[in-house]
Ligand binder design. Structure first.
Ligand SMILES: NC(=O)c1ccc[n+]([C@@H]2O[C@H](COP(=O)([O-])OP(=O)(O)OC[C@H]3O[C@@H](n4cnc5c(N)ncnc54)[C@H](O)[C@@H]3O)[C@@H](O)[C@H]2O)c1
Length: 254
């Protein structure tokens, strides 16, 4: 009962971007289990995530939008307001990573990472924040950052990703300060290495190089992020805003 009171999400509508697979899919399922209606925004639909949530007795639907496209995001968010009446929670998750040294990466690659990871989160937060303010919703936004926003990963080079995630952490603080007067809380989540399709593409020798650098000598599982997200989106974190929550198995403390 007490846990339900502080962590429960009954009656809340939560939007998850990039929820067709990986961390977004797992968090969408976790939010639904905590009682939220979940709307997944993805580029090509998230039928599998919707099916998994409904099979568990939850409530979900999906909409298509590219988070870098202002018009598509506006249309999707307007559709959610029409169907669900309001948005209480945004898990701003969609992102990409390109492993290339600065001298090898093209400017187009730099731009695509910054565009999706930083500008995409800005477009989504702005559009959803506007609906929260207009509807008087004291909502919560969790922006997906990464430990790469605080440290430089080795041995792979990924300057665009690291810079984008450092940007997300400071965007989060900026929005938290700007919207605190509306009762909207904005925090970021910074995972360490998590086993998902994004990291499955990584060559085996790179994963072997990471292993001794991880104090727990293993990658995290997406489900190990759910409790931190539930904390950040629920009344449990009522006095927490502008914070970056690092869930990295101790990577950044050594
Ligand atoms: N996996 C990790 O080790 C790790 C660690 C820290 C942070 N993260 C972050 O977590 C988030 C999810 O990563 P993941 O590992 O689940 O990756 P993933 O590749 O499995 O999932 C990313 C999702 O984002 C979607 N996406 C990409 N560009 C999009 C766009 N323009 N519009 C809409 N959707 C788009 C993809 O289609 C995919 O569904 C990313 O922001 C990533 O940077 C991942």
């Amino acid at each position: 009962m007490y846990l339900e009171e502080i962590f429960g999400l009954k009656g809340k509508t939560a939007v998850v971007t990039g929820g067709g697979r990986g961390i977004g899919q797992t968090i969408a399922i976790g939010l639904a289990k905590a009682g939220a209606e979940v709307v997944i925004i993805s580029r090509s639909g998230a039928a599998e995530t919707v099916r998994m949530i409904r099979e568990n007795g939850g409530n979900a639907y999906d909409l298509c939008a590219d988070v870098t496209d202002e018009a598509e995001v506006h249309t999707a968010v307007s559709e959610i307001i029409k169907r669900s009446g309001k948005i209480d929670i945004l898990f701003n998750n969609a992102g990409i990573c390109i492993h290339k040294s600065t001298l090898d990466a093209s400017i187009a690659e730099w731009r695509s990472v910054i565009d999706i990871n930083l500008t995409g989160e800005y477009i989504m937060a702005r559009e959803v924040g506007r609906t929260m303010i207009e509807n008087g919703i004291r909502g919560t936004i969790v922006n997906m950052a990464s430990m790469s926003g605080s440290i430089v990963n080795i041995p792979q080079w990924q300057a665009s990703y690291n810079a984008s995630k450092a940007g997300v952490i400071h965007l989060t603080k900026s929005l938290a300060a700007e919207w605190i007067g509306y009762g909207i809380r904005v925090n970021s989540l910074s995972p360490g290495y998590i086993a998902t399709p994004m990291s499955a593409d990584v060559p085996q020798e790179l994963k072997e190089a990471w292993e001794p650098l991880m104090p727990m000598h293993r990658m995290g599982k997406p489900e190990e992020l759910i409790p931190a997200v539930l904390y950040l989106v629920s009344p449990a974190s009522g006095y927490t805003t502008g914070t970056d929550v690092i869930v990295d198995g101790g990577y950044t403390c050594v």
